[in-house]
Design a protein around this ligand. Structure first.
Ligand code: ATP
Ligand code: MG
Length: 287
């Protein structure tokens, strides 16, 4: 079975999606791993960055996104098929990366997400609102070495659907007070989720993203995170720190077709940071 990693933070805009995509692309291209990215976020950012808007619209019309999976459970229909919904060989690199697949999200999930609580719990089936994704992927996860789940910035039912199939989670943060503020809450909430469901999900670590070297405040926050780690307070801080760079932002534009990883991420920044982070992640999941 694959190593399943949720990328999560309650704070928006910290780099969850950008890091998920870079990890997936590097794992597939540089490490030869078979990777599935699950876009659990109704904002649909990872989906659009990996397949572009035109293909997403077509998929959405055919009901082959995560929105339809949840809608089927609510309306007792059977339109979603994981087999059909999972898009093979995605990314704007090389016309698609062999071994990098995507389960896409949908903007229509924004309207649906608050209704998921109403999914009927059958007395005969082990189907509850938090196990919808697990049920849908039961015959598919074993095709992959790694599954990366791009979570929305909350711990709602959709996110819990991803957490319940994850063994690990990774917390990207911007090294500032507001982005790091929620870390203890995430760690303790997921600890409680582990205990109450019997699943084992543990923190891989905190990744500092959008780091500005000249900003003494960013450096102080990183030192604080190191201190917390040394005190055993939160969880591990990754050695890799991802600098703020416009290249990380422009890389998410699907229409900017790239020939290879260097064309997309350069030779130095942010390429070296993303490849170093990938190596750390693979080391920690296998430890
Ligand atoms: N290292 C970086 N340097 C500069 N900009 C970055 C970097 N990483 C991400 N960004 C930019 O920051 C913004 C937020 O990134 P991203 O969408 O990955 O965050 P997120 O945590 O997924 O956000 P959300 O919570 O809304 O899903 C985007 O515009 C992205 O291009
Ligand atoms: Mg995102």
């Amino acid at each position: 079975m694959p190593e399943v990693i949720s990328i999560i933070n309650l704070k928006g805009g910290v780099g969850k999606t950008t890091i998920t995509i870079a990890l997936g692309e590097i794992m597939a291209l540089n490490h030869g791993l078979k990777v599935l990215i699950i876009d659990l976020d109704p904002q649909t950012n990872a989906t659009v960055a990996l397949i572009g808007e035109d293909i997403w619209v077509k998929r959405n019309i055919r009901g082959q996104t995560l929105m339809q999976l949840f809608r089927d459970k609510m309306e007792n229909t059977d339109i979603f098929s994981a087999e059909e919904a999972i898009i093979k060989n995605v990314s704007n690199i090389g016309g698609g990366i062999n071994g990098l697949d995507l389960l896409p999200s949908s903007l229509d999930l924004i309207d649906l997400q608050d209704l998921i609580i109403n999914i009927p719990v059958s007395r005969f089936l082990p189907l509850k609102p938090v196990t919808v994704l697990a049920e849908a992927l039961v015959n598919h996860l074993s095709h992959y070495d790694v599954v990366l789940i791009d979570c929305p910035p909350n711990l709602g039912l959709i996110t819990q659907n991803g957490l319940i199939i994850s063994q690990h989670y990774l917390i990207p943060v911007i090294p500032d007070v507001l982005s790091t503020y929620g870390i203890p809450q995430i760690v303790s909430r997921l600890g409680r989720l582990s205990n109450s469901t019997g699943i084992t999900i543990s923190p891989l670590g905190v990744v500092a993203n959008k780091y500005r070297k000249q900003n003494i405040y960013h450096t102080n926050q990183i030192n604080l995170l190191k201190l917390r780690e040394a005190e055993g307070g939160y969880c591990r801080l990754f050695n890799t720190i991802i600098p703020e760079t416009s290249r990380a932002a422009t890389a998410m534009d699907y229409t900017a077709k790239c020939m290879n990883l260097h064309h997309k991420y350069g030779y130095e920044i942010p390429y070296k940071a993303y490849t170093a982070l990938t190596e750390e992640v693979l080391e920690y999941v296998q430890a």
